[in-house]
Design a protein. Structure first.
Length: 241
């Protein structure tokens, strides 16, 4: 007699998910594949997630640590502990995992930002190309053009991140000039306003941007601008004209 597949015994992960927490912890051994299969179950209980976390052998796996921290039912204390222990690129990877809770992804990005001053130039370049908007925005302030240039081209970078960078007093003149010439980023209205307030914006570009701003708004911008006085005087003369 044929046996329908639906009536066959449960898969190993289904059996494992029915075990008590302590039994699960001891029975997983170092089975990375079984742990990952279990973690794909979005309904896995917090008790079983704790059981996986208690298994030292399986927790040696980078993939398991990432999957456990990203699980929507993972106890917060466990997820945060794992995130704080991640290395640089695991933090980046976790911050981009759409399945992970948004607040934990942001925590990972913020933690990564705090580590930027202690990681190598090569790592910062890689992060600039591939990281979240928050991290890419922080890397716009890097003194090395090898870092801020790819950050400026990061597909996740936002207009708001560029405006924030332009407001920082220690942003490099080379970065400001690059934004002024950028095909994409020199166009948005709020970025042009930020450039008109920045001390390093060249006269020719400041004049171009000023002409796209309503006169009354431009007067307000120039009042609080850090542009050199001779450039502000020239722009005011243009306004009067």
């Amino acid at each position: 007699m044929n046996v329908d597949k639906a009536e066959t015994p449960n898969a190993p992960e289904a059996h494992a998910s029915s075990m008590p927490r302590d039994e699960l912890a001891s029975n997983l051994a170092g089975n990375e594949d079984l742990a990952l299969a279990l973690l794909k179950n979005r309904d896995l209980s917090a008790e079983h997630l704790e059981g996986i976390h208690k298994n030292a052998a399986v927790m040696k796996s980078r993939k398991v640590r990432l999957a456990l921290a990203a699980h929507p039912r993972a106890p917060r204390r466990i997820a945060l502990r794992l995130i704080r222990e991640f290395y640089t690129f695991d933090l980046m990877h976790f911050s981009l995992m759409s399945a992970a809770p948004a607040d934990l992804r942001r925590t990972a990005s913020e933690l990564l930002v705090t580590r930027l001053s202690s990681i190598t130039l090569g790592e910062r370049i890689s992060l600039a190309r591939r990281s979240s908007a928050l991290v890419a925005g922080a890397l716009l302030l890097d003194k090395k053009s090898q870092v801020w240039k790819p950050a400026l081209e990061n597909a996740r970078l936002t207009e708001d991140a560029i405006v924030k960078a332009l407001r920082r007093p220690h942003v490099t003149p080379a970065f400001v000039e690059s934004v002024c010439r950028h095909v994409k980023w020199s166009v948005p209205h709020e970025i042009r306003i930020a450039l008109l307030r920045n001390a390093h914006t060249p006269l020719a570009r400041a004049l171009e941007f000023a002409r796209s701003i309503p006169p009354a708004r431009l007067r307000d911008i120039l009042h609080s601008s850090r542009l050199p006085e001779n450039i502000k005087a020239y722009l005011r003369k243009e306004l009067r004209g």
